[in-house]
Write a protein that binds this ligand. Structure first.
Ligand SMILES: NC(=O)C1=CN([C@@H]2O[C@H](COP(=O)(O)OP(=O)(O)OC[C@H]3O[C@@H](n4cnc5c(N)ncnc54)[C@H](OP(=O)(O)O)[C@@H]3O)[C@@H](O)[C@H]2O)C=CC1
Ligand SMILES: CC(C)(CO)C(=O)C(=O)O
Length: 304
């Protein structure tokens, strides 16, 4: 299978590297990482160790492949979609966190857009070197839910490359469940500078649970059946299984990078407002993280 991985940073380089073991892969990313991969190959380390030689480019325009896997941060999805629009793909798969990525991709692309969640942990250590910090799984399926032979075909390609992958017919619920987990863990660990496991109790855990419950209620207002109990169970499970993790939002804040707060807490606030729902915990967390981003000059616009 010919696969383009658009956004070869941490997650994209790990999954693209694994896929390169079985398929023709082109990574689309930035120099010096791309230049190093093109010249010397890509090293995978830690929980998965290998050396592979995918193609790599900084120019994602005009590419042609069976599947494009999108792994840019959610705030880059629009520009990624406009670039992918210049190419030709049988399917596009988003493995990003946050809400709205699939809709933004579908607005620009004629091919089917599959939704996916990734619980692998990845960190780009150096140009040409990505480490797998946690072996998880990929769950993918049609964005709107239901069965899909295309999803089966893409999942088979991932599985053939040794990536634990499942097809699901309820991606709308799974995306909201992952959003509840991220809304609970990411901004709280980022602002308190604690590892995910610190949320397993006490007042800080209560903030995370409140954010997750608000997300579940918003999901139901959107017509997605996600109970408070299911959201809280997913939150507790991830807190336990990623206890030693620094969440991606904490890593972004500690490295002075823009976060995905708009696609996480901000998305809950926006969707809740569409239904006249108050989500004070998510609103507060979004305001605090956005305030930090503005203090760092990472947000041009005013409060919003
Ligand atoms: N890392 C992880 O363990 C996990 C990440 N995720 C999710 O996956 C997504 C990606 O996360 P992560 O890999 O950590 O993010 P990274 O920032 O490490 O990777 C994204 C990469 O895409 C690059 N990029 C963006 N636009 C373009 C473009 N037009 N052309 C070429 N390169 C481009 C970025 O470069 P630049 O920054 O210079 O623009 C960056 O190198 C996020 O939604 C995240 O929440 C989900 C589960 C686990
Ligand atoms: C699941 C979790 C919270 C793991 O850290 C994650 O997806 C992230 O950090 O963005």
């Amino acid at each position: 299978m010919e696969i383009v991985v658009f956004g070869a940073g941490s997650l994209g380089s790990l999954l693209g590297g694994l896929l390169a073991r079985e398929h023709e892969v082109t990574l689309v990313g930035r120099d010096p990482h791309v230049r190093t991969v093109a010249e010397s190959g890509l090293v995978l380390s830690n929980r998965v160790a290998d050396s592979v030689n995918p193609d790599a480019t900084t120019d994602g325009r005009g590419l042609d492949a069976d599947v494009a896997v999108v792994t840019v941060k959610s705030y880059d999805t629009e520009q990624a979609a406009r670039t992918l629009e210049t190419g030709s793909f049988d399917a596009v798969l988003s493995l990003q966190n946050g809400l709205g990525n699939e809709e933004r991709l579908a607005a620009h692309l004629d091919c089917p857009v599959l939704a996916g969640t990734a619980t692998y942990g990845a960190r780009l250590v150096d140009p040409g070197h990505v480490e797998c910090t946690g072996v998880g799984e990929i769950v993918l399926g049609p964005t709107e839910g239901g069965a899909s032979t295309l999803a089966d075909h893409v999942a088979e390609a991932f599985d053939d490359a040794g990536i634990r992958t499942r097809v699901a017919g309820d991606m709308p619920r799974r995306l909201w469940e992952k959003l509840a987990v991220n809304a609970g863990i990411n901004p709280v660990t980022a602002l308190a500078r604690v590892r995910n496991g610190a949320l397993d109790g006490g007042p800080i855990g209560g903030v995370a649970r409140s954010a997750a419950r608000e997300t579940a209620r918003t999901a139901r207002a959107e017509g997605v059946e996600l109970s408070d109990d299911a959201a809280l169970e997913a939150l507790e499970t991830v807190i336990e299984t990623t206890a030693e993790n620094r969440s991606s939002m904490r890593q972004d804040i500690e490295t002075g990078r823009r976060t995905e707060v708009d696609a996480v807490s901000g998305a809950v606030v926006d969707r809740a407002a569409d239904h006249g729902l108050d989500v004070p915990t998510n609103e507060t967390l979004a305001g605090l993280v956005r305030g930090w981003e503005r203090s760092q000059g990472l947000r041009e616009e005013s409060y919003q």
